[in-house]
Design a binder for this molecule. Sequence first.
Ligand code: KIV
Length: 321
Amino acid sequence: MSATARKTAPLPDDIRAMKGGTPIVSLTAYTTPMAQMMDAQCDFVLVGDSVGMVLHGLPSTLGVTMDMMEMHGKAVARGLTSAMMVIDMPFGSYEEGREQAFRNAARLMAETGAGAVKLEGGVAMADTIAFLVARGIPVMAHIGLTPQSINTLGGYKVQGRGDAGAALMADARAVAQAGAFAVVLEKVPETLANDITHAIDIPTIGIGASAGCDGQILVVDDMLGLFTAIKAKFVKRYAELGELRAMTRAWHRAGEPIGVVPTMGAHHDGHLSLVARAKDMSDRVIVTIFVNPKQFNTPEDLENYPRTEHEDARKLGRFAV
Ligand code: KIV
């Protein structure tokens, strides 16, 4: 079932059952408003420990704490109704042993209402994953580029090239065997990602790991151009909101009135007359296009809504907005 057609959140087993079927859609979120925007679009939303770099300005994910994950998990939970929430176990909260992992995973699930936890590691974590799953904690694994191991991996590089591919395949088999319901493959060469996807019976969720995976995940702030400290080549930017933010700050400082015309695209004369009016009233005008799922009664209406960004941009050209 597509994310937009669903009224209640899927369970980990539902995500597992999507193996080889409709591609699984997921994004990260760290706050209630972002979760609300992602909810209808996603099968699951990940409260990623990337929050440390994206929102807290940390140089890596290593400084993220259980308290931070709990706080952001609670915030995201308030914004979700139809997507499952998965929450990252932060660095140092599970590697010491399976009892430590259980204690911290149970805390995150009990305090935030997450449907599952995610942890990094393959063969080395298989025993811990099996322990958690046997005690009622669904686990999503994460292999390939595992950012919590950045100091031993030597940078945010592609993993599994050449001979290292066999070790990554062993990691994937180990986490599937241990009972993980899905596995994130980060920065893995396309052929290896495809081979792993065919070799294991749980869904692979790719991030920089080819369209051949069973699903995809992106860090939402990367996708919207809000996080610019690291620019991963594989991320398709759907907006440059960071640049827009810098631009509007400069206009504010210069005392230039800004008009905003929010639209859902498919511009017609009605939209254009609003833009003309805004131009009369302000020095700067921003026209936004966001096809808001909450405006539609049925998933079919949302799917069939015309998306004409290039034509819209052409029509707006004469207003210099
Ligand atoms: O923390 C995170 O956002 C993640 C994704 C990159 C998968 O783990």
